[in-house]
Design a binder for this molecule. Structure first.
Ligand code: SF4
Length: 380
């Protein structure tokens, strides 16, 4: 199959659905599968895949949304940085609307701060070239998908002797987060649907501990409906056979060895550091810090005094539990009332990959309730 339509073929989806039902029956117990990546969460809702899964298979949403896991204190620091004279703060569009303690970056911009939405670190670097009299801060977020781009921008800034380019770095890596979830006493996950885009960069090796040490399957999946259903099938097969392993369903994009060039540039520029995640606390070696030759570009060092102490989520907000998979968005008392995409209280309602945004847009109140736009495959 080469084109998106082929991965949305309804008759194949129905066939797969029947096969899944047989597999689930043979397993004979409930199975909880965490889709790590918010892109999968949105695809599951958008295409009504809940309607095609056996009742004993429960999907749990994971922490794979970079906007959602950025701690509130770091968002607040970005706002404070943007409000410093002479600063241009560059960030992805989704990050603009996440509330810090006082306000969001979008609100700071409305009040006069120079906040610019860009599509990549290299866009931010170009702004630094064009404004040598200003300090440009790239608010770097994301998993391994975006890290190579940030690392390239850092290397180029150094090569060009640009001294006005800094990073507010909140880049994170996925494997330590999976370990934290597996170790959390209140989370029960039988298997993972692995993130497709991250795995294009890192390949399969970083997940091996999940299968070998924790005896849980990982299937790295594409983002189309048949990709996801096929990944669930592979997971059920592994559970039934009692042989967990790391498998790649998304073979058209992911190679087991990953992208060596991207891994090399990441390795040259960044080193692991302990990192706080919204909802998961501090996870050892889960974040990335600039290595010593680039450390002078770290905005956290240059403007250390602007970082507030840890900030809890707003009262009532359950983003942290949603990100750990122990609560669903409708469990939050603010969902759909005080917190909506237009007036978000938490990050999970803002991001295009956030679970609360997915429920609001497609599911509204429960995972099993199809909205008008979804269930199209199931009904056709
Ligand atoms: S509904 Fe809003 S406040 Fe509640 S968990 Fe989701 S993002 Fe947080």
């Amino acid at each position: 199959m080469k084109f998106a339509d082929e991965f949305r073929e309804s008759s194949l989806a129905r066939d797969l659905s029947r096969t899944l039902a047989r597999e689930a029956e043979a397993i004979g117990r409930p199975v909880r599968i965490m889709e790590v990546c918010g892109g999968h969460t949105h695809a599951i809702f958008k295409f009504g895949l809940y309607d095609l899964l056996p009742p004993s298979v429960r999907m749990i949403h994971g922490p794979g949304c970079p906007v959602c896991v950025t701690p509130r204190a770091v968002v607040e620091m970005a706002v404070r940085l943007a409000e410093q004279p002479g600063i241009i703060l560059c960030t992805f569009g989704d990050m603009m609307r996440v509330p810090g303690r006082t306000r969001s970056l979008a609100q700071a911009r409305a009040l006069g701060a120079d906040v610019r939405m860009v599509y990549s670190a290299l866009d931010a670097l170009e702004i630094a070239r064009r404004h040598p009299d200003r300090t440009v801060v790239w608010f770097a977020i994301g998993f391994e998908t975006t890290v190579p781009g940030t690392a390239s921008a850092v290397r180029r800034a150094r090569a060009e002797h640009l001294h006005n380019f800094l990073l507010l770095c909140n880049q994170v890596t996925i494997a330590p987060a999976l370990r934290a979830i597996l170790e959390a006493p209140d989370v029960r996950v039988d298997a993972f649907i692995g993130p497709g885009h991250v795995s294009v960069i890192i390949g399969t090796e970083p997940y091996r501990f999940v299968a070998e040490q924790y005896r849980r399957p990982v299937v790295i999946s594409g983002f189309e409906p048949l990709d996801i259903l096929h990944s669930v099938f592979q997971i059920l097969r592994q559970i039934r056979s009692g042989r967990p392993e790391v498998a790649v369903q998304y073979r058209r994009a992911v190679r087991p060895e990953g992208n060596r060039l991207a891994l090399e540039v990441m390795e040259e520029v960044f080193e692991p550091r302990d990192q706080e995640w919204r909802g998961l606390g501090v996870i050892p070696a889960s974040g990335l810090a600039l290595r010593p030759p680039y450390a002078d570009m770290d905005a956290l060092r240059v403007f250390a005094g602007l970082l507030p102490p840890a900030l809890p989520d707003p009262r009532g907000c359950r983003c942290g539990e949603v990100l750990r998979g122990v609560a669903t968005p409708p469990d939050c008392p603010l969902f759909g009332t005080a917190c909506t995409p237009s007036y978000p209280m938490g990050a999970c309602m803002v991001s295009a990959e956030g679970a609360c945004a997915a429920y609001y847009r497609y599911g509204r109140s429960t995972a099993a309730q199809p909205a008008a736009e979804v269930g199209e495959i199931a009904r056709s």
